[in-house]
Design a protein. Structure first.
Length: 79
C-alpha cells in the first residue's frame, strides 16, 4: 500500500488507512514507538501494562490451573 507524506502544522504526517490499523490490532490513541534503521521507519505498538483490576476483569471462574511439562532437566534442578 502506498501513501503520501503531507504537511501537518510544522510537522509532516502519514495517514494510516483503517484496514492497516485493524490488521495491526491498533486503535485510536494507542501509543506507538517510531524506530528509524537503515533509512526505514518502523511503527511498533507500545504494550500497555494492565492493572490488577484489568487483569482480574479477564478472569473466568471456569479456569482451572494445571501442571505442564517443561521438558527434560538440563542442569542441577531440584525435583
Amino acid at each position: 500500500m502506498y501513501t503520501t507524506i503531507q504537511k501537518w502544522g510544522n510537522s509532516r504526517a502519514v495517514r494510516l488507512p483503517r484496514s492497516i490499523i485493524e490488521k495491526a490490532g491498533l486503535k485510536e490513541k494507542d501509543q506507538v514507538e517510531l524506530v528509524v534503521k537503515d533509512g526505514n521507519i518502523t511503527i511498533i505498538p507500545v504494550k500497555k501494562h494492565l492493572t490488577l483490576r484489568e487483569r482480574a476483569a479477564d478472569y473466568h471462574e471456569t479456569y482451572k490451573p494445571s501442571e505442564w511439562d517443561t521438558g527434560k532437566s538440563t542442569g542441577n534442578e531440584i525435583w
